[in-house]
Design a protein around this ligand. Structure first.
Ligand SMILES: Nc1nc2c(c(=O)[nH]1)N[C@H]1C(S)=C(S)[C@@H](COP(=O)(O)O)O[C@H]1N2
Ligand SMILES: [Mo]
Length: 416
């Protein structure tokens, strides 16, 4: 165990790869890989599920799999095998027959639709967009005081190039009836007990017919992995993952505001300044969670070290240490304006260089050269993103009982 670990690292690795574990079955009884996430009780096994790489297992039934943070140090696009996984209900189909599958659009529409995946590909013009998906509770395990829920470190997010059909095009073809208020979305997953409410999320009709939400049939040029929603999922760029309904087979236009558990009780944030409250605060109003907050991370600093820079001390200048510091940033879709870097815990900042622009909803890479004096001991590195919207990160952490919206400035202690 290493108390300094920011996001965890491999603490043990056996010789062979971990065995394939079927979705929905219990985990490998004897995993060979473990990781320590930077929280109390943060030791987790790494295991393989169908179509997935070695992922951090938070739960197996239903599967909740966190992306190992080191993956974000590579391409801006998270490989499908490493795209995080989050399900709420244990009854997830282990296969989907794409020929028998139908997407039904009904409720308050002029013309109900029943569509095959082939028809979606053929009869509608494709749209494509790179967008981050992030669980509302990403980083929940780093809340202080701790809160109940899925105890993610920072890997409850991923970035992909999504291809599919614009939601507004499908809704236009069905034609919304007068008085349509919301559009509800649900998929093939079910609870184990029939009484468990189905996972169902709703968007306002204006937003659904006007925005850039998409019904995706591909991520990164390939069909979606089953655990990420094969064959179709909703993509709501800039909005938290809870709306990105997987295995989407039912779209239901409503003349009222959806009031099921997943909208009326879960996934709500305090309607207070900064959506923050104190742990003993009561009696405040709540609203459904929606858009991301701006965030940034370092992707090659972990466990008190700059990864891959162990030999960065230049023999010609023995008192200096030069290393590239790399990271990612994203916001709800205004795009990243700048990312700043600090070696003194945020007292002084300087601007970093941004990487290629894959669109405003994507991870944006950034990098800078850090030139430190050896022998000064400990540095506190920090990064801070500012979006084109003007939103930026601060040192004040958000707190709410569900553990949503975390985006305060990340700090990483490093010894050189
Ligand atoms: N059908 C269905 N869709 C769902 C969920 C679910 O439980 N069932 N969970 C949602 C939540 S809370 C998140 S964070 C994202 C996670 O998507 P991923 O597993 O592809 O990363 O899926 C969303 N879509
Ligand atoms: Mo989520």
């Amino acid at each position: 165990m290493n108390a300094q670990t920011r996001r965890g690292f491999l603490v043990g690795a056996g010789g062979a790869a971990a065995g394939l574990v079927a979705a929905g079955t219990s985990a490998n009884a004897d995993p060979q890989y473990w990781i320590d996430l930077p929280m109390a009780n943060g030791r987790r096994p790494l295991e393989r599920f169908p179509q997935k790489g070695l992922m951090i297992v938070q739960a197996t039934r239903p599967p909740i799999l966190e992306t190992p943070f080191v993956v974000f140090d590579r391409d801006e696009l998270t490989p499908n095998e490493y795209h995080y996984v989050r399900w709420h209900l244990a009854g997830i189909p282990t296969t989907v027959d794409v020929n028998a599958f139908r997407l039904k659009v009904g409720g308050l529409v002029n013309k109900p639709l029943t569509l095959t995946v082939d028809q979606l590909r053929r009869d509608f013009s494709p749209v494509e967009l790179v967008a981050v998906s992030q669980c509302a509770g990403n980083s929940r395990g780093l809340f202080n005081p701790r809160v109940a829920g899925g105890e993610w470190a920072n890997g409850g997010m991923s970035n992909a190039r999504w291809r599919g059909v614009a939601l507004k095009e499908i809704l236009a073809r069905a034609g919304l009836g007068a008085g349509a208020k919301q559009v509800a979305f649900s998929g093939l997953d079910r609870g184990v007990l029939p009484a468990t409410p189905q996972f169902r999320k709703a968007l306002d009709a204006d937003f659904a017919t006007g925005g850039n939400a998409m019904i995706a049939y591909e991520m990164n040029g390939r069909p979606l992995p089953l655990l990420n929603g094969f064959p179709l999922r909703l993509v709501v760029p800039g909005w938290y993952g809870t709306y990105w309904v997987k295995m989407l087979d039912t779209i239901d236009v409503l003349d009222h505001v959806e009031d099921n558990f997943w909208m009326a009780t879960a996934y709500r944030i305090p309607d207070t300044p900064g959506n923050t409250v104190t742990p003993d605060q009561t009696g405040y109003k709540t609203i459904p969670i929606s858009k991301f907050r701006v965030r940034s991370f370092m992707t090659n600093v972990d466990g008190g070290r700059v990864l891959g820079a162990e030999n960065a001390a230049d023999p010609r200048y023995p008192l200096r240490f030069r290393a590239e510091i790399r990271g990612i940033a994203f916001d709800a879709g205004s795009g990243i304006k700048k990312v700043e870097f600090s070696e003194d815990g945020g007292k002084t900042w300087r601007e970093t260089t941004l990487g290629r622009d894959l669109g405003p909803y994507s991870f944006r890479k950034w990098h800078t050269v850090w030139d430190a004096r050896v022998g000064n001991g400990s540095y506190t590195l920090a990064c801070k993103a500012t979006a084109n919207s003007g939103d930026t990160q601060t040192d004040v952490p958000v707190w709410n009982p569900a553990g949503y919206l975390k985006n305060d400035i990340e700090k990483y202690k490093v010894n050189v």
